[in-house]
Design a protein around this ligand. Structure first.
Ligand code: 5GP
Ligand code: ZN
Length: 113
């Protein structure tokens, strides 16, 4: 069982921001900024290492970048935003379906963390 696969399939409700053939995007349940949206590939990959291990993963990664750009447009993040990917246990990844946090709607500091 995977939480984000269930969200993609609509088994668990989410606030959809954007969707196409390859990606699904929805607002984070626990936002850390005025805009905090997650972009996930519709095919399950555990993390970016898993994505990097196949041509199909590379295809989805390209689509994820386009999805992030669409989300930024929809959310009006014209002056910029931050994209975060937590990878693996030490990276702070809690949901093991690769996802990208799009964070914005405020002036972020230059510090990463
Ligand atoms: P991670 O820590 O794995 O990088 O990020 C997981 C993110 O998923 C967290 O920011 C968390 O708030 C979010 N999240 C966890 N469960 C749900 C859920 O059921 N719905 C939504 N919309 N977000 C969730
Ligand atoms: Zn999944």
């Amino acid at each position: 069982m995977c939480l984000f696969c269930d969200i993609i399939e609509g088994k668990i409700p989410s606030t959809k921001v954007y969707e196409n053939e390859y990606v699904y995007s929805f607002d984070d349940i626990n936002p850390v900024a005025p805009v905090h949206t997650l972009v996930v590939p519709k095919k399950h990959f555990d993390d970016i290492r898993d994505m990097a291990s196949s041509e199909e993963g590379a295809l989805y990664m390209g689509e994820v970048i386009k999805g992030i750009s669409e989300v930024a447009k929809i959310k009006g993040l014209d002056t910029g935003f931050r994209v975060i990917n937590n990878c693996g246990e030490d990276g702070g990844q809690t949901v093991m379906h690769v996802h990208y946090h799009v964070i914005g709607g405020l002036k972020l500091t230059e510090k990463m963390i």
